[in-house]
Design a protein around this ligand. Structure first.
Ligand code: BGP
Length: 514
């Protein structure tokens, strides 16, 4: 098969990076912001993490919130600190502009706009903050792409309604959407409703603000009803956006879990179909505007009743998204387990090892070809434009003796994925932009550590919040800059005369036009 390596991307392709308010902003109690989900996520050192606690803060429950509220000083609440974007956004945006970004995916902290989620009036200071951020981005010609809710339900709605478990939260979300769509009309064209909407299955607290006493309450019946409410909320947001500004484009966001059959056994292959149903269910509803055929058997066999209101079907139909966005980090292996009914195993961690793939330090299989497969599958299914909302490698940095971070692992990961994305575009898939997850180091969503670093822009801070929080450039900064300057053609970074390794050796990088 021929390859298209070293061919530029289509003109106007958006290059950039992706973040979330709760992982970068800090300033958690400044500017009138109210508390939100991430403010109660605890960072624990690896040795102290249990299987559930410490992974995606899924174990934040009623008691944990009470304990933290009583004695916050006893806990390492890293998301409250973020990486100080709240005060340093100008510097961060200037660095992203230096890399040549044309898009920056960020989220609005809902509780900066409505501190309690259900206030009568929005918080002007919060609105002004994002005005300033958007203006700063536009100053450099960077398009903001904004997630309305990236794991960020206001605490008051969590306590009062258990987040999206209740329909009251849909109304609060709609009001918040109306406020920001109206305010940022003309400044923000691209929106995403909910980040990784399918994560509710494993993390109802983080993803949807659902407050449980313990994990035994996390039933299928519960999470699918929560999802339903989020579908309705998302569809209402799409309808509103189009009404307020027909230029606005609103997308959904799926954590795509590409999967392979464990063997050529027909049952294992069938299992991959079940896995895809489990994963694509979310985009099926959001892109096609109705529940897909396969879900009814699953609901019936698990006794799941969805509390569907008479008007919901029409709302879902009218609120179909304009584009699909995904996060893609890895693939996994699916194996049939003698179940008689559709029973998914969809997992973020590699339960069965794929011997063909290397693993990241965090145990995430690295699979660029799976990225091309995913893009083809998604486009085949929906025929809608696709935005890569997240792709990246979290790993520990090892600065050299001179202090420079030569993060070749990150560069290799990006190179592989960009190469396969280019192939997918050549296959005919309409991908219109790519946002690397974490252009600057940030607080991990799952573990609230900063040492799992994603950034091309390093941040001098450790997991306990020590450090200057000063920004510095890593080797990948220059790599991405060259890649973007060539509109994706210079994958090997061999255009220009000075190899990046010179920079690793002496920190001097003199190619002027890079
Ligand atoms: C996705 C989230 C992001 C991000 C990323 C990496 O699930 O949308 O918020 O953090 O994963 O995960 P982690 O931060 O746990 O390494």
């Amino acid at each position: 098969m021929s390859r298209v390596t070293n061919t530029p991307f289509p003109e106007g392709f958006l290059w950039g990076g992706a973040t979330a308010a709760n992982q970068i902003e800090g300033g958690w109690d400044e500017g009138g912001r109210g508390p939100a989900a991430g403010d109660f996520a605890i960072h624990l050192p690896k040795e102290q993490r249990s299987k559930i606690n410490g992974e995606m803060y899924k174990d934040v429950n009623v008691k944990q919130i009470e304990r933290i509220e009583k004695n916050p000083e006893n806990y390492n609440l890293a998301k409250r600190r973020g990486v100080d974007f709240y005060h340093r956004y100008k510097e961060d945006i200037a660095l992203m502009a230096e890399m040549g970004f044309s898009v920056f995916r960020m989220s609005i902290s809902w509780s900066r706009i409505y501190p309690n989620g259900d206030d009568a009036q929005p918080n002007e200071e919060g609105l002004k903050f994002y005005d300033d951020v958007f203006d700063e981005l536009h100053k450099y010609g960077i398009e903001p792409l904004v997630t309305l809710d990236h794991f960020d339900v206001p605490l008051n709605l969590i306590k009062k309604y258990s987040g999206f478990k209740s329909r009251e939260t849909i109304d609060c979300f709609e009001k918040y959407c109306e406020t920001v769509f109206t305010r940022y009309k003309g400044k923000v064209k691209y929106w995403l409703t909910f980040n990784e909407i399918n994560c509710v299955l494993t993390n109802p607290y983080a993803c949807s603000g659902v407050l449980l006493n313990d994990q035994s309450e996390r039933t299928y019946e519960l999470v699918y009803n929560v999802s339903h409410n989020q579908f309705v909320a998302s569809a209402k947001a799409v309808i509103l956006a189009h009404k307020i500004d027909p230029e606005m484009k609103v997308g959904c966001m799926l954590c795509r879990l590409e999967n392979y059959a464990a063997s050529t056994k027909p049952e294992d292959v069938l299992q991959t179909v079940f896995e895809d149903h489990f994963n694509f269910f979310y985009t099926d509803v959001q892109a096609k505007g109705e529940y897909p055929y396969y879900i009814h058997r699953f609901f019936k066999e698990h006794n799941i009743k969805i509390d569907m209101k008479p008007e919901d079907a029409e709302i879902l139909k009218a609120g179909k998204v304009d584009f699909i966005s995904i996060s893609y980090y890895m693939s996994y292996v699916a194996q049939y387990k003698n179940q008689e009914i559709i029973e998914p195993t969809g997992s973020l961690v590699a339960v069965i090892k794929n011997p063909n793939l290397a693993m990241s330090e965090a145990g995430w299989p690295i699979d660029p070809v799976g990225f091309r497969t995913a893009l083809n599958r998604i486009y085949d299914r929906y025929g809608l434009p696709i935005f890569i909302a997240e792709n990246g490698l979290g790993s520990t940095d090892h600065p050299g003796e001179n202090g420079y971070v030569c993060d070749d692992d990150r560069i290799e990961y990006m190179k592989g994925h960009v190469r396969e994305m280019r192939e997918a575009i050549e296959d005919g898939v309409d991908v219109f932009g790519y946002a690397w997850w974490g252009p600057m180091d940030l607080v991990s969503s799952g573990t609230s550590e900063i040492s799992k670093r994603y950034g091309m822009i390093g941040i001098d801070a450790d997991n306990d919040g020590n450090g200057t929080y000063n920004r510095f450039k890593k080797k990948s900064f220059y790599y991405y800059k060259k890649l973007i300057a060539s509109n994706g053609a210079d994958l090997e970074n061999n255009i220009g005369d000075q190899p990046l390794d010179d920079w690793c050796a002496n920190g001097k990088y003199t190619v002027e036009n890079v």
